[in-house]
Design a protein around this ligand. Structure first.
Ligand SMILES: Cc1cc2nc3c(=O)[nH]c(=O)nc-3n(C[C@H](O)[C@H](O)[C@H](O)COP(=O)(O)OP(=O)(O)OC[C@H]3O[C@@H](n4cnc5c(N)ncnc54)[C@H](O)[C@@H]3O)c2cc1C
Length: 309
C-alpha cells in the first residue's frame, strides 16, 4: 500500500511530488496519457518565475520531474481508469498496473481545452493556434488575431488580446452570444475588435511560418470565405479531466472539482485536488504549482493526524 498516490504529472502533480518526496513520504506518481502535462505541448514559457530568458515547456517539465526523482518520488506510466473512494485505503484501477491502494490521493489531472476539431487546427498548436491568451498573447504584438467563441471567456480573451494585437476578429457560429451583457458591451465598445458572427469555422490555413487564415462558412448565405490572420485563439471552454472519478467528488456546474476554500481538501477526507482540475479561473502553470505545494502540505498534515489517532 502507498501512503500517497499522485495522479497526473503537470506542474501541480510534480510540485506535490517534490514536496512529498522531500518529506520522506515516497509518493507514487502516475503519469497518465500526457506525461509532463499541457506544457509539453507548447514551446517557450515566458511567465514561469525563475527563468529570465524563458524556458521551453518540455524542458521545464523535465526539470520538475528530475527534481522530484532526486528526492525519491517514484514514477509509473499508465493512467487511472477508476478509483474506489468508499473507504480508506482507496483502491485505484490503473491501466497496465492492475489495482493499487493508497491512504491518500492527490488529484492533479488538469483540464483539457476544447478544440474546434477542424482540419489544420491541432497541427498548428504553437504555430499560431492557442487556447490561452494569458500564455501566448505576448507573442502576437502588432499582429492580427481571430478569437473563436461566444461566451464570457471568449470576450475576455478578445479584450485582453487587444493589448497586443493590431486587430482582433471575434468569430462565432451564431448571431447571438452566450456571454453576459457586461462582457459583450466591453468587447463591443473596444475599437480594436471586429465581429464575424454567424460563421462556422471550417479549416485553419497555414504556411511555413504558421497560421495565415481561417476558412469559415457564412451560415446565412452559405458562402465560404477566408479570414486572413496571424493567430487563432480557440476560446470555447475546457473539460476538467475527472471522468475516472465516477462522480465521487463534488464538482461545480462546469465539472471542476470543488475544494474547501483556502485549501485543497475535497469532500472525501484524504483526497486532495490541485491544479487546473479544480481551477476554472486562473489555469496557469505557476498557480497549478502553487496549489500542488498546498496539496502536499495538506496531505502531510492529514497523514500525521491519521497516525496520531
Ligand atoms: C499550448 C499551451 C500553452 C500554455 N502556455 C502556458 C504558459 O506559457 N504559461 C503558463 O503559466 N501556463 C501555460 N499553459 C497552461 C498550463 O499548461 C496549465 O495551467 C498547467 O499545465 C496546469 O497544470 P496541471 O498540473 O493542473 O495539469 P496538466 O498540465 O494539464 O497535467 C495533467 C496531468 O494529468 C494526467 N492525467 C490526466 N488524466 C489522467 C488519468 N486518468 N490518470 C492519470 N493521469 C492523468 C496527464 O497525463 C497530465 O500529466 C499553457 C497551456 C497550453 C495547452
Amino acid at each position: 500500500m502507498h501512503k500517497t498516490i499522485i495522479i497526473g504529472t503537470g506542474p501541480a502533480g510534480l510540485t506535490a511530488a517534490i514536496y512529498l518526496a522531500r518529506a520522506n513520504l515516497n509518493p507514487l506518481v502516475i503519469e497518465g496519457p500526457e506525461p509532463g502535462g499541457q506544457l509539453t505541448t507548447t514551446t517557450e514559457v515566458e511567465n514561469f518565475p525563475g527563468f529570465p530568458e524563458g524556458i521551453m515547456g518540455p524542458e521545464l517539465m523535465d526539470n520538475m520531474r528530475k527534481q522530484a526523482e532526486r528526492f525519491g518520488a517514484e514514477f509509473r506510466s499508465g493512467w487511472v481508469n477508476s478509483v474506489d473512494m468508499s473507504q480508506r485505503p482507496f483502491k485505484l484501477s490503473v491501466e497496465g498496473m492492475g489495482e493499487l491502494t493508497a491512504e491518500t490521493l492527490i488529484i492533479s489531472t488538469g483540464a483539457s481545452a476544447k478544440y474546434l476539431g477542424i482540419p489544420g487546427e491541432k497541427d498548428n498548436v504553437g504555430r499560431g493556434v492557442s487556447t490561452c491568451a494569458t500564455c501566448d498573447g505576448f507573442f502576437f504584438r502588432g499582429k492580427k488575431i481571430i478569437v473563436v467563441g461566444g461566451g464570457d471567456s471568449a470576450m475576455e480573451e478578445a479584450n485582453f488580446l487587444t493589448r497586443f494585437a493590431s486587430e482582433v476578429v471575434l468569430v462565432h457560429r451564431r448571431e447571438e452570444l452566450r456571454a453576459s451583457k457586461i462582457m459583450q458591451d466591453r468587447a463591443r465598445n473596444n475599437p480594436k475588435i471586429s465581429w464575424s458572427l454567424n460563421r462556422t469555422p471550417l479549416e485553419v490555413e497555414s504556411g511555413p511560418l504558421g497560421v495565415t487564415g481561417m476558412k469559415v462558412r457564412n451560415n446565412e448565405t452559405g458562402e465560404v470565405e477566408t479570414i486572413a490572420t496571424d493567430g487563432l485563439f480557440v476560446a470555447i471552454g475546457h473539460t476538467p479531466n475527472t471522468k475516472f472519478l465516477g462522480g465521487q467528488l463534488e464538482t461545480d456546474e462546469t465539472g471542476y472539482l470543488i475544494v474547501k476554500p483556502g485549501s485543497t481538501e475535497t469532500n472525501v477526507p484524504g483526497v486532495f485536488a490541485c491544479g487546473d482540475v479544480q481551477d476554472n479561473k486562473y489555469r496557469q502553470a505557476i498557480s497549478a504549482a502553487g496549489t500542488g505545494c498546498m496539496a502536499a502540505l495538506d496531505c502531510e498534515r492529514f497523514l500525521e493526524n491519521a497516525e496520531s489517532h
